[in-house]
Structures are given as structure tokens and as C-alpha cells.
Design a protein around this ligand. Structure first.
Ligand code: ADP
Ligand code: ASP
Ligand code: MG
Length: 816
């Protein structure tokens, strides 16, 4: 015998009921005896509970009731042939009349007791199962409608009654013997007490009904048909990348469901354990998928952690005071007082000093818990040995569950570092003594971030997701996004890295989307769904998404954007930037940034600040980390100046070379911005600071290339005229160099704590002599590379190489 239980969505539409019929028939074709248990149609239990409340408040309930009625009647008309419709409609009509009378009574009384509430809510299961029994019969199944109020006996704890298993067993067995060849269709969730009053088994309790029926008849299997592919690693609504589990032990399923995985109601496992009946969780909307098998054993060849669940809202109750230290009976009194008040304690942590105990309870029970504790310990409170229990709201519990976690060394490390990296603050931790579960209490705002980052770290490692917010979509930004689009597959397969573009902002528009903006189609998405840009709002929205592994990319040259990094670090964003403005501010800011980065455990990478995509800063760091001493750095870090001197040969005047370069787009609109050496000086400043020198920009000595008259010229045109006039000066430099077989080079150097940039006549032995085009070159003379300096050389500008450098930094963020 198999018990097939169908949840709300599985009986919520004509289509899903047709699937149900088909599934039952398939079992019968295989000569398998079947019993069916169904919930109320999706949403009906909630609506009925709402109607009870509204009726008790004197509000109108007729429209709500009519909606439920129409839904059932509609299904009867869709699913049953006309000749079968009348009987079914008549039966339903009777139920709805009773329901209406009940609600009228509630309204007249102006109150609804839990007992009345149970009576009302039972109609959800009565109506759905009654309808389904009729549909099955029309399809040739010998279905018998079974009102579980006659079969499942409970105590009188309305809303969540405790089952008398022995009596229930007997009643169910008797029912089966009276209906030997039939397919019973049992109402889930509802039962009755010894006085015949309707009770319920707690929200989601139809699963439990199925297990009770299964245990009574010694079923071979209980199948829970629902709307997801089985028990999953996390709630798929909260964690997009959750995936279904093949196998779970009863204990794991209990632990997961107790901590919020509502896919199976927690007590369901108990009758199944007692009889060793496997529970299979399957998807009505994807019936061919194998689903999850819950049985005595956990699967062996799989990850140590099985699932992550959460209880979204809990209250934290802390009891503290010197009176507790070493006092043996304290906990006993505390917990029996809570039990007597009917408070369910979700989690307990006690400080090792025994000075305080913190309990997590449902917010609905927090007041009762507090009152019970105050009553139990009134003398201790009076004498000051204990202080009044404090209650804090706004917390959630996340639990990580797995039978094999006992053997997992380093698992908590992974868990806590994932939380730490995402900036999630942990308010309390508890590990079950079975080591089946580690629970952490976090603020409710952080729950989604906590679930996702821990899920990624424990299940999807090695695949990591970086949530990227890209500011600036000019030349470099757009190139970077194109490169990411091209390489995303490669990044996923070879680097186990997934880039989720969670935000884009340029000077005109901005857009944030937790589920990701297309790397290929971001321009259109930005135009279609974007809103007018504002850096402040972009940051606000990015922070509100509260995503784990969040990275802010600055592809602008903006001072405003550079000004927000520190705030971003404080919100657990890593920053990757090609904008060098921030690193060229005061040394004190530069230094403070590094401290803040360390404090929040985030990354801050800006390799492209110096030499675009060339590995300059990283190389310098590697030398320093390995204990080398930097004696001297020499560099040509202005591609434009390099290019100009390389081109300044033959008959062309220097002014003509500059003009050509400007026309080809190699210089800034005002070429003096390059020729002033200021940008070069900024790069030298950053290099010097990276070696540990506390220098300011004005400490960098710049030997000007341009004569004063050129610098002072009021317009670009006037500048060119002055430059033409200065040709004799440049020509004399060129000739002097040529006469001695040398070339002109504008070289930055850092040595003995001094940073300078000067025009040098380099002889053929000089390592920079042979530099061509617009290349950059950097040579590091260190203790180890004393005689033969280490040299990095290559193109030091251009969107392709700069974007590639930013991309490489991004990959480094993921490499923790
Ligand atoms: P039914 O009405 O079929 O009983 P429920 O709504 O009670 O369905 O339970 C199924 C829902 O449980 C899923 O739609 C899913 O959103 C939620 N859920 C929470 N945690 C998990 C989990 N770990 N695995 C699968 N589903 C989960
Ligand atoms: N219909 C009930 C509820 O919504 C029981 C169930 O669905 O299992 O809680
Ligand atoms: Mg359910």
C-alpha cells in the first residue's frame, strides 16, 4: 500500500487535480493499493482563517466566502461530466451552508475561540477532498471520501493538537477493513478530540495525517506530492541556486523541517520512523523527477551538509544575573516554567560564565515566556539576583543541517568566514549536541544574505558568485562588461566563478537587480528599466539588496565616486577600481582606507592605477611579501610622453608630433594634461605609497618638459603657437642626445625616499633605451634583483588592457 499525499498547490487547479488522478491510476495499474490524503486548495486555509478573524471583528465575510465557493464549484464544473455534477455540487452546497452559519455565529458573538477557528478551517480540507473523491470516481477509481475527524483522535489543544496514536491506529485500521477494495480519500490536517470537537494538527499538518494513516496500515511508502522537486538544499524561494536532495535521513528531515523547511511538516517523520516507512517527496508539476527519499539512513557519497533552513522571525529572550552562577536547579526551573506556559524554545545558548542564558522563541510566545519567567523567579528578581528578562525582536535563525557534519573538520570555519565576508553579524550560535545542526541567530535584514552566502560556500563551492555593481560605462566600463560577457563561461568552468551583474550606473541612468542584469544586453535593460542616475541612490539600492560577496567597480575618473569607497567598505563591499583619484588624496586618507579595508575584511584592488593592465602593483606586493627590499624603482608611466619622444625624430617639429598625436586620440584634449607630468606623478606617488613611503603628491619632484610660455598659454591653440616657438629648445635637446648616441626619456624614479620625474638622455646601455611606441616600463631594483633588475614592460594604456586588468582584479576578489 502506498499513501499519496497532495498539498495545496497539487489540488489547487483543474490541471493539477488531473495529474493527481493520473498518478492514482498509474499506481492501480501496477496493482498497488493506494490511499490518498489531500490538503485544502492552495490559499483556502489562509482565507478561512482570515474570514474567522474578520467575522469576529464584525466585518463582512460574504465576498471572501463566495470566492472560495466559486472556486470549488468552478472546479466541479470543469472536472466532472454534467451528469455527475449535481451530486457533488449538492454536497459542497451543504458544507458552504454550514460554514456560513458558523461565520454568522462568530460575527454575532464578536469573538472566535481556537475551537471555533478549527471548526471553520476544517472546511478547506472537507471541500477539497470531497471534490477530489468525486473526480476520482468519475475516472473509474473506487474512491471513498474519508472525513478524518472520525479517524484521527487528538487532545483538545486547538490549533495544534497532539495525536492519540494508539486510538488513531485502531480507528484507521477499522476504516480500511470496512473499505477493503476502495481508495480512501482522507482529509488531511483535521481531526477531533474525545468530545467530538474538530481539532487541527498545526499548519501544514496534512503531511502528518498521511504518515499517521501510513503507519496505521503499515504502508510501504508515503509519498508527499508538492510543488518543488523534493527536499532541497534550501528554500528555493529564498536561495535561487538551491537544488533537490536525493536522499535524507529521518533525523535530517526532522531537523530541517523543525528549523523552517516547511516542505514536510516536522511530526510527519515520527510515525514513519516507528514503522520504518520511507517518505518520498515528489513534484506534482514534474512527476518524472525522482524527488527525495527520506529513510533511516543519510546518503554516504554526498556533501556533509544537507540543507540550510531558517525561521524568519524569532524573539531573543535573555535572562541574566549573578544568581544563576553555579545554581544547579536553575535551568530545570526555567524550562519547566516555559513548558508549562506552552512556550516552544527554538534555541538556547548559555555563556560559559553561566551568567546569562539566551533563548530564541517565536515572537507570538515572547510575552508569555517573559511573564512565565518573571513569575517563576519573582523572589530572585526582587532580591536582585536576577534581572528582568530582556526581549529583543527583529532576529532570524539560520540552521545548517547534516548527519555527516560530525566528521567535518573546518566546516564551522567555512560557515563563519562566509558570513564574515558578507558582513553578517552573528548574535548567537548554538550547536545541537547531536552535531546534526549548527544554528546562528542573525538580524532579519541579513537573513537572505546569510542564507545565500552560506549556501554558496557550503554547496556550490567551488562555484562562487560575485555580485557586481558597476559604476561607469564609458570606454573602460563598456569594454569590461563585454569582456565579462565573453568570458563568463570560461570563468565559471575554469575559475568556478559566477559574475552576477547586480547593478549598473552611468552618468545618465542606473539600474539594480538582485537576479542580475544581462552582461550582453545591459544597455537595453538600462534604457528600458533604468531610472535617472544618482550615486547616492545607486549606493542606497545596492546596500538594500544586501547581497553577499558584493563588489563595487569604479570605472570612472570621478572624484565623487572615489569619495564613497570608505562608506562602501563599511557596508562590506569590496572595491575594484581603475580610478586613481582616491589613492592620490592625502596620505592620511590613503592609510585610513587600508585600515578600514582590513577592519571589514573586504578587498580593495586597483592594479590598473599604474600601467593599466600590466602587473605592477601586484609584482611590487609580491616582492615585499616575500621579504625583499626595494632599493630603487624606475619607470616610464606615461605612454603619451613616451610616444611623443619616440616619434620626435627627423624633420618633424615637436609641436607637429604633439598635434598628430592629439589628432589620433593619443593625448588628452589639452595635451598639456599629459605633458605636465602630473598624471605620471600620481602613478609614481601610488607606487611610492605601496612601498610604504608616507608621501604626498607635492613631494614628487617634476622636472617640467614644457617651457614656461607653453604652460602659461591661455588656450590650446595658443599653446601650440608657443610650442612652435620653442622648437629650437626641443631640437637642441634632440640633437644633443643624438650626437652622443642617446635618446630622450622622461623617467620617474623612487630611491632613498625621494620620488622624482625628469628628462633623461638615455644611453644604449640604459634598460629604457629600446622602448618603442607608447609602452610603459617599470624596473625594480631590489636586494634579490640587485644586479639585474626585474622589469615589467608593455602597453600601459588603452581600454582593452585596462579593462582586462580590472577583470583580473575582480577574479582576485573571488580568490579568498
Ligand atoms: P504543500 O502545499 O504541497 O504542502 P508547502 O507550501 O507546505 O507545500 O511546502 C512546499 C514549499 O516549501 C515549497 O514551495 C518551498 O517554497 C518551501 N520550502 C522551504 N524550504 C524548503 C526546502 N528545503 N526544500 C524544498 N522546499 C522548501
Ligand atoms: N491546509 C493546511 C494548511 O494550509 C494543512 C496543509 O496544507 O498541510 O496549513
Ligand atoms: Mg505542506
Amino acid at each position: 500500500m502506498k499513501i499519496l499525499k497532495f498539498g495545496g498547490t497539487s489540488v489547487g487547479s483543474a490541471q493539477s487535480i488531473s495529474t493527481l488522478v493520473q498518478l492514482v491510476k498509474e499506481q492501480q495499474q501496477q496493482d498497488e493499493a493506494v490511499a490518498v490524503v489531500c490538503s485544502a486548495m492552495s490559499g483556502v486555509t489562509n482565507t478561512l482563517l482570515q474570514l474567522v478573524t474578520e467575522a469576529s471583528e464584525g466585518k463582512a465575510y460574504v465576498t471572501g466566502l463566495k470566492t472560495i465557493e466559486d472556486r470549488h464549484f468552478g472546479l466541479v464544473r470543469t472536472l466532472l461530466e454534467v451528469k455527475h455534477q449535481n451530486v457533488a455540487l449538492l454536497g459542497l452546497r451543504l458544507y458552504f451552508n454550514e460554514l456560513e452559519e458558523l461565520l454568522a455565529g462568530v460575527r454575532a458573538l464578536g469573538e472566535a475561540s481556537p475551537r471555533t477557528s478549527d471548526r471553520v478551517v476544517a472546511y478547506g480540507e472537507l471541500c477539497s477532498n470531497y471534490t477530489i473523491a468525486h473526480v476520482l470516481r468519475q475516472h473509474g477509481v473506487n474512491a471513498v471520501f474519508a472525513d478524518a475527524r472520525q479517524l484521527i483522535r487528538t487532545d483538545s489543544h486547538h490549533g495544534k493538537a497532539a495525536v492519540d496514536e494508539a486510538l488513531t491506529n485502531q480507528l484507521v485500521k477499522d476504516f480500511f477493513s470496512r473499505h477493503a477494495d476502495a481508495v480512501p480519500v482522507f482529509t488531511g490536517f483535521i481531526a477531533s478530540d474525545q468530545h467530538g470537537n474538530t481539532t487541527t494538527l498545526g499548519r501544514g499538518g496534512s503531511d502528518y495525517t498521511a504518515a499517521l494513516v501510513g503507519a496505521a496500515v503499515g504502508a510501504d511508502q508515503v509519498q508527499i506530492w508538492t510543488d518543488v522537486d523534493g527536499f532541497m538544499t534550501a528554500d528555493p524561494r529564498l536561495v535561487k541556486r538551491a537544488f533537490p536532495l536525493k536522499q535524507l535521513s529521518y533525523n535530517e528531515a526532522i531537523e530541517l523541517s523543525y528549523f523552517g523547511a516547511k516542505v514536510v511538516h516536522p511530526p510527519t517523520m515520527l510515525p514513519a520512523i516507528a514503522r520504518g516507512i520511507p517518505i518520498i517527496v515528489k513534484n506534482t508539476f514534474n512527476p518524472s523527477f525522482s524527488g527525495t527519499a527520506i529513510g533511516p539512513k543519510s546518503s554516504v557519497n554526498c556533501s556533509l551538509v544537507k540543507g540550510i533552513t531558517s525561521i524568519p522571525a524569532i524573539s531573543m529572550l535573555t535572562v541574566q544575573g549573578g544568581g544563576m552562577v553555579g545554581y544547579k536547579g536553575f535551568s530545570g526551573r526555567l524550562f519547566s516554567a516555559l513548558a508549562q506556559a506552552g512556550v516552544n524554545v527554538i534555541l538556547i545558548t548559555q555563556a560559559s560564565s553561566e551568567h546569562s542564558i539566551t533563548l530564541a522563541v517565536s515572537p507570538a510566545e515572547a510575552q508569555a515566556a517573559s511573564t512565565a519567567i518573571e513569575a517563576e523567579f519573582r523572589y530572585e528578581l526582587l532580591s536582585g539576583r536576577l534581572s528582568k528578562p530582556s526581549v529583543e525582536e527583529g532576529y532570524s535563525v539560520m540552521a545548517v543541517v547534516g548527519e555527516n557534519m560530525k566528521q567535518a573538520i573546518g566546516l564551522s570555519g567555512k560557515l563563519f568566514s562566509a558570513l564574515g565576508r558578507s558582513g553578517v553579524n552573528i548574535s548567537a550560535i548554538a550547536q545541537g549536541s547531536s552535531e546534526l545542526n549548527i544554528s546562528v541567530v542573525v538580524s532579519s535584514e541579513d537573513l537572505s544574505k546569510a542564507l545565500n552566502s552560506v549556501h554558496d560556500a557550503l554547496f556550490l563551492s567551488p562555484v562562487k558568485t560575485l555580485n557586481v555593481f558597476c559604476c561607469g560605462t564609458g570606454n573602460i566600463g563598456a569594454t569590461l562588461l563585454r569582456q565579462l560577457a565573453q568570458h563568463q563561461e570560461h570563468l565559471q568552468t575554469s575559475r568556478h566563478l559566477r559574475i552576477n551583474l547586480a547593478g549598473v550606473c552611468n552618468s545618465r541612468q542606473m539600474l539594480c537587480n538582485r537576479d542580475g542584469i544581462s552582461l550582453k544586453n545591459w544597455q537595453n535593460e538600462l534604457v528600458e528599466h533604468g531610472e535617472p542616475a544618482s550615486l547616492e541612490r545607486f549606493m542606497e539600492q545596492a546596500a538594500l539588496l544586501n547581497l553577499p560577496n558584493a563588489v563595487f567597480l569604479d570605472n570612472t575618473g570621478s572624484t565623487d565616486v572615489a569619495g564613497v569607497y570608505r562608506e562602501l567598505f563599511g557596508q562590506s563591499f569590496s572595491v575594484v577600481t581603475c580610478n586613481k583619484i582616491r589613492n592620490c588624496g592625502t596620505f592620511s586618507d590613503y592609510h585610513k582606507d587600508k585600515q578600514v579595508v582590513r577592519k571589514y575584511g573586504v578587498d580593495y584592488y586597483y592594479e590598473t592605477n599604474v600601467g593599466a593592465g600590466l602587473p605592477v602593483i601586484k609584482t611590487l606586493h609580491d616582492l615585499l611579501i616575500s621579504g625583499d627590499q626595494v632599493l630603487k624603482i624606475e619607470a616610464i608611466l606615461s605612454g603619451t610622453i613616451s610616444y611623443l619622444f619616440n616619434e620626435y625624430r627627423g624633420d618633424k617639429t615637436f609641436a607637429a608630433v604633439v598635434r598628430e598625436a592629439q589628432q589620433s586620440g593619443f593625448t588628452e584634449p589639452d595635451p598639456r594634461d599629459d605633458l605636465s607630468g602630473l598624471d605620471f606623478a600620481r602613478k609614481m606617488l601610488i607606487l611610492a605609497r605601496e612601498t610604504g613611503l608616507p608621501v604626498e603628491l607635492q613631494d614628487v619632484q617634476i622636472q617640467p618638459i614644457l617651457p614656461e610660455s607653453c604652460t602659461a598659454a591661455p588656450t590650446v591653440e595658443a599653446f601650440y603657437q608657443e610650442l612652435e616657438k620653442s622648437e629650437p629648445y626641443f631640437a637642441s635637446l634632440k640633437e644633443e642626445a643624438a650626437a652622443s648616441g642617446k635618446v630622450l626619456r622622461y623617467i620617474g624614479s623612487l630611491e632613498g625616499g625621494k620620488v622624482k620625474i625628469e628628462l633623461v638622455m638615455a644611453s644604449p646601455e640604459h634598460p629604457f633605451f629600446g622602448l618603442s611606441g607608447s609602452d610603459n616600463i617599470i624596473s625594480f631594483t631590489t636586494d634579490r634583483y640587485r644586479l639585474n633588475p626585474m622589469v615589467v614592460k608593455g602597453p600601459g594604456a588603452g581600454a582593452e588592457v585596462t579593462a582586462a586588468g580590472v577583470l583580473a582584479d575582480l577574479v582576485r576578489v573571488a580568490a579568498y
